[in-house]
Design a protein around this ligand. Structure first.
Ligand code: FNR
Ligand code: LAC
Length: 359
């Protein structure tokens, strides 16, 4: 993909640069922004780069296999599409375009509760995409139950309960550019919503009192495995295990919630040490290179999620743009597996990463 006869976009950083130039102000400030001084936002990216790789030689890397086991199922590769709300702000085809790219690259797509497209409409439009559903729990538990039942009915394979957004982070870019014309198709009936709203309007319906007994109830009631998204400590990972979760996603919500919390990369090892032999541990935040992906796996993650780069691809080229972003990243993963001397994703381990001297 290239623009106006300029050189082709060959890295996720290229997509970021061009997206910065071309996305409208509302979409750009919603997508790029983080909380507070954006220290965590920047560190999510920097933390993977503070890790050095220790490659092994002469192991024979002609045949490579990036597949991983996730929730007991073999998946062709370890990259997932993170849930992101309001994709229509970025492209008219929104989640449908994203799901087409997911299907084309065998990537699992996680649909947000606050998506522009309802779970059923997405399932009807792109039935071939493997889909997980991200749940925001509403103060109105009747609505929550409806949403969960709808996801299970429409072939979503896991429930990702996001727990790091009881209230909205302090997001100055969103406030100053007045992000406002947001709509959520899945909730229109449930809330009899009358029209476009702001992120704060949608946050107001999320239950700030959500607690571990709710997680236990979702595990008991939901036919789908439950992952808890937004864990940053070993203590909370152990609670997720005790309350029946199938997995945790180590995440700080892309640096959009509490500024100065640890990056995913730095929080990951303690969580893996605490629960990695019993739960699937995934991680997100700042994954932009194949080397970031293999470092995450080497530290014990089963898979990674990618947020903003998907939206850069979506904004620049719809389904084709998202597909290209995923293909670039997956090609880099393949390249990194070969050069680090771990031809199968399962060959990666902690002996292959160290604190970088330049960090
Ligand atoms: C998000 N994220 C998010 N998470 C979630 O659980 N539900 C959601 O609706 C959203 N919405 C959302 C919108 C936008 C614009 C962004 C950038 C992020 C967080 C997302 O799932 C993920 O944790 C981070 O985006 C990962 O970091 P990177 O890859 O963006 O650095
Ligand atoms: C966000 C939400 C919707 O980060 O999770 O904007």
């Amino acid at each position: 993909m290239s623009f106006d006869g300029s050189p082709p976009l060959v890295s996720l950083a290229d997509y970021e640069r061009v997206a910065t130039e071309r996305l409208g102000e509302q979409a750009a400030s919603y997508i790029f922004g983080g909380a507070g001084e954006e220290i965590t936002l920047r560190d999510n990216f920097a933390a993977w780069r503070r890790l050095a790789l220790l490659p092994r030689m002469l192991v024979g890397v002609g045949r490579r296999d990036p597949s991983v086991e996730l929730l007991g199922v073999r998946r062709p590769h370890p990259v997932l599409i993170a849930p992101t709300a309001f994709q229509r702000l970025t492209h008219p085809e929104a989640d449908v375009a994203t799901a087409r790219a997911a299907a084309a690259t065998s990537t699992i797509m996680c649909l947000s509760t606050l998506a522009s497209t309802s779970p059923s409409a997405l399932a009807d439009a792109v039935p071939e995409a493997t889909r997980w559903f991200q749940l925001y729990v509403f103060a109105d538990r009747g609505v929550t139950r409806e949403v969960v039942a709808g996801a299970a009915e429409h072939g979503y394979e896991a429930l990702v309960v996001t727990v790091d957004r009881p209230v909205l982070g302090v997001r100055e870019r969103e406030l100053s550019s007045q992000v406002r014309s947001l709509t959520v198709e899945g909730l229109t009936d449930a809330f009899k919503s009358t029209g476009p709203a702001t992120p704060a309007d949608f946050t107001a319906v999320i239950d700030p009192d959500l607690n571990w007994s709710d997680i236990e109830r979702f595990v008991a009631e939901s036919p789908l495995p439950v992952l808890v998204k937004g864990i940053l400590t070993a203590a909370d990972a152990r609670l997720a295990l005790e309350h029946g979760a199938a997995g945790v996603i180590v995440s700080n919500h892309g640096g959009r919630q509490l500024d100065t919390v640890l990056s995913g990369a730095d929080a990951l090892p303690a969580v893996v040490d605490a629960v990695g032999d019993q739960l699937d541990v995934l991680v997100d935040g700042g994954i932009r290179r194949g080397t970031d992906v293999i470092k995450a796996l080497a530290l014990g993650a089963r898979a990674v999620l990618v947020g903003r780069p998907i939206l850069w691809g979506l904004g620049l080229g719809g389904a084709e743009g998202v597909q290209r972003v995923l293909e670039l990243l997956l090609a880099e993963v393949d390249n990194a597996l070969a050069l680090v001397g771990a031809p199968r994703a399962g060959d990666l381990d902690r002996t292959m990463v160290a604190r970088a001297p330049w960090g």
